[in-house]
Design a protein around this ligand. Structure first.
Ligand code: PLP
Length: 402
């Protein structure tokens, strides 16, 4: 243990992100293993009866049960917290477990939440269907319109919930402006940062209170496991999230935590290269298709704000074909290298048609309000060579008559 600096915040918080992603949170057993150990254990045993008594009373540090603590899971939580610039982090079994926990742990019947219209389908479901069943009212607004946040506030508003850039429209919301409005009214901001991860955007640097993740995406980065995380202040994590999590149990398995730890080691490199590839492919598509929704292109109305908040564009963008669903499906069917898949953040390039898959449940009116036309395609650009990706896109566009 003596040469493991990964547990010392006064050191790890000063490292650059690429270093944090490899070393922050590392804890070594007496074996001195270089790679993080995988502790597949649900329980812990004690040398004497007084030890668990002291731990259960909170008078001594130490593990008691893996719903509460696990060494592999804690390494991941410490690493994500340091990378995010957060006091603390707790992980969950999936991104949706993280979003659900982040909201339900702090909202009660009679409270009100303001949420972004453009969002991941299941995040919208939480606000549209789950929270109202428990007497929590939700107002949905256009997150790009900063004044709309202020206008939606009621005396009982407790939470603002949004993502930026949003899925799949690539709407960019102003983190600092929305955080300021929330702070002035004592409202907690919760941002779903799955598209970016802390190497591309750190919402807390702009005043956001709680950052929630699907670590399934760019953090794992190789399409292997589901995982989620919630970052916040010591007070939020210990007093709001932990009572909810320890008693409801949406925990991340140690095995999946270990896989994400391995994924994080290459996060900085992957995010940079996938962003470069995504920009090159976006530039290739512009002029060839009806519309490209890409925050790093001049044609995107949120470009300046995106470049203020994000270090690079990330791997995901969308584009719209004038020929509607038939032409979008024809392009997907013409792909030879890029996979038809609705996942994102993978090192493989993946493409999907939101209107018939991820946002199918919203119905035509819901999609129209959210800005998802029938001809929209969303792509996650991977780590393949950019020339191979452009050649595949080019031949598929030709097969779709473009
Ligand atoms: C994938 C995703 C989620 C849900 O995460 P899971 O790990 O699939 O549960 C939530 N928000 C965004 C923006 C996502 O992309």
């Amino acid at each position: 243990m003596k040469r493991t600096t990964g547990q010392d915040r006064s050191t790890t918080r000063n490292w650059r992100p690429a270093t944090q992603a490899i070393r922050a949170g590392t804890w070594r057993s007496e074996m001195g293993e270089t790679s993080e150990a995988l502790f597949l254990t649900s329980g812990y045993s004690y040398d004497d009866a007084a030890t668990p008594a002291a731990r259960f009373m909170g008078e001594a540090e130490g593990m008691t049960y893996s719903r509460l603590q696990n060494p592999t899971v804690q390494m991941l939580e410490e690493r994500i917290a340091v990378m995010e610039g957060a006091d603390a982090c707790r992980t969950q079994a999936s991104g949706m477990a993280a979003m659900t926990a982040a909201l339900l742990c702090q909202l009660s019947a009679g409270d009100h939440m303001v949420a972004a219209r453009a969002a991941f389908g299941s995040c919208r479901w939480l606000g549209d269907h789950l929270l109202p069943r428990f007497g929590i009212e939700v107002t949905v607004i256009d997150a790009r319109d900063t004044r709309a946040w202020e206008e939606a506030i009621r005396p009982n508003t407790k939470v603002f919930f949004f993502e930026t850039p949003a899925n799949p429209t690539m709407d960019v919301a102003d983190l600092a402006a929305i955080a300021d409005i929330a702070k002035a009214h004592g409202i907690t901001t919760v941002v779903d940062n799955a598209f970016c991860t802390p190497v591309l955007q750190r919402p807390m640097d702009f005043g956001i209170d709680v950052v929630a993740y699907s670590a399934t995406k760019l953090m794992d980065g190789q399409g292997r496991v589901l995982a989620g995380a919630v970052c916040g202040s010591e007070e939020f994590i210990n007093e709001k999230l932990m009572p909810f999590q320890r008693n409801t149990g949406p925990n991340l398995s140690p095995f999946n935590a270990w896989v994400v730890l391995k994924g994080l080691e290459t996060l900085d490199l992957r995010a940079q290269r996938q962003s470069e590839n995504a920009l090159a492919l976006g530039q290739f598509l512009e002029g060839r298709v009806g519309q490209v929704l890409h925050p790093w292109l001049d044609s995107h109305p949120g470009k300046a704000l995106a470049q203020k908040q994000m270090k690079a564009c990330g791997p995901i963008f969308s584009f719209v074909l004038d020929g509607g669903r038939a032409q979008a499906h024809a392009l997907l069917d013409g792909l030879q290298l890029i996979d038809i898949s609705n996942n994102i953040g993978d090192s493989r390039s993946l493409m999907c048609h939101p209107a018939s898959t991820t946002h199918h449940n919203m119905g035509p009116e819901g999609r129209e309000a959210m800005g998802i036309p029938e001809g929209m395609l969303r792509i996650n650009v991977g780590l393949e060579h950019i020339d191979d990706l452009i050649e595949d896109m080019d031949q598929a566009l030709k097969q779709a008559g473009l």
